[in-house]
Design a protein around this ligand. Structure first.
Ligand code: ADP
Ligand code: TRP
Length: 329
């Protein structure tokens, strides 16, 4: 059975983009593949979080993952820093990673530009740690968005390189995993192409109905179509995209017809979208609150995850140490 692996940096609450673009697919995958879902807290250190923020953010993502329906019995759900084998393999992988190629990585160049006063070495070797995350479980399928593709290519390269250097066929080359045909990209309601944390346009799973209504009502639209079947502006198209995700097909058709007949009232449409988002997210929000307050349960989940993840990781590390030539006397 294929091994699927996905990591998420704990940098705040999950939004609808995270849910519909990633987590919702995990719910099905976890019953079809050998799945590893982990919280990449070591990765998040590149941005120097405070100790309190670091812990709170791990807790948040964990509670939200579980509330969405990730099942710790079906999948291995763990916190990266609970698996020390990752740090050791990372050290070994660094020896065959070249500074030049890391400096040329597009994601690194972008970070240099965005945070020029904090270009730490962890940032440079970020792809090595990510490759380690994947290779330590010898995962073959990695569901990633477009922005993470360069990292996955580097991972495949390092797997190949390791195999070549040591003349083994040990690490499989992972591939980007598009589960299902249509990858959902959730747009922002501010007219931008993507809903995201850094874009500041997120509707969060934890948002209460009042907040959701306010956010949706302030969505960017336009003055309305003036001729039948007019091309939609970005803002209006985004509103329809979100409606398709949360509303019934009949409802979408109703407003499409209204739009095409130049009779649409965006205010009504927004109210409908807001209610459908609220109804969709209500049970998830309630579960988040319940799980977040249940520290015993959270502890049980991370302990179980760490145990399962370490079992798989330590096996790989033992093999790698042997392949490299660390031998017992
Ligand atoms: P953000 O862009 O808010 O920082 P992350 O990069 O932490 O979000 O997102 C983690 C994963 O969630 C991404 O790899 C991607 O699979 C998914 N994701 C995030 N935003 C969206 C979106 N707007 N549409 C679809 N998927 C998304
Ligand atoms: N780099 C990923 C991101 O920023 C998070 C991540 C870390 C990851 N390790 C991973 C994703 C391994 C997939 C596999 O979104």
């Amino acid at each position: 059975m294929d091994t699927v692996l996905s990591g998420i940096r704990p940098t705040g609450n999950l939004h609808m983009g995270n849910y519909f673009g990633a987590v919702k697919n995990f719910l099905k995958m976890q019953h079809e593949y050998n799945c590893f879902f982990f919280i990449a807290d070591l990765h998040s250190l590149t941005t120097h979080p405070t100790p309190t923020d670091l812990h709170d953010n791990v807790r948040k993502v964990l509670a939200e993952y579980l509330a969405c329906g990730l099942d710790p019995e079906a999948a291995t759900i763990y916190v990266q820093s609970d698996v020390p084998e990752i740090s050791e393999l990372y050290l070994l992988m660094n020896m065959n990673a070249y500074v030049g190629e890391l400096q040329r990585t597009t994601t690194f160049k972008e970070k240099m530009r965005k945070q020029p006063d904090n270009v730490n070495a962890g940032l440079l070797t970020y792809p090595v740690l990510m490759a380690t995350d994947i290779l330590i479980h010898r995962a073959t399928k990695v569901p990633v968005g477009k922005d993470q593709k360069p990292h996955l290519e580097i991972t495949a390269k390092y797997a190949r390189r390791f195999n070549q250097i040591y003349k083994v066929d040990y690490f499989p080359e992972p591939e980007a995993f598009n589960y299902g045909k249509d990858l959902v990209k959730v747009p922002g309601l501010d007219g931008s192409g993507k809903m995201g944390k850094s874009e500041g346009n997120g509707i969060y799973l934890i948002d209460d109905p009042k907040v959701i209504r306010k956010k949706v009502m302030s969505a960017v639209t336009d003055a309305g179509p003036t001729e039948p079947h007019q091309k939609m502006s970005d803002g209006v198209a985004n509103l329809f995209t979100i409606m398709k995700i949360v509303s019934t097909p009949d409802m979408v058709k109703f407003y499409k017809d209204k739009y095409n007949a130049c009779e649409i009232r965006y205010g009504d449409m927004k109210k409908q979208v807001a209610e459908d988002i609220v109804n969709y997210l209500n049970p998830i929000r309630e579960r988040i609150q319940e799980i977040y307050a249940d520290n015993d349960y959270l502890r049980k989940v991370v302990n179980m995850g760490a145990e399962k993840a370490r079992e798989s990781a330590s096996k790989t590390l033992k093999d790698v140490r042997e392949i490299i030539g660390f031998k017992p006397f």
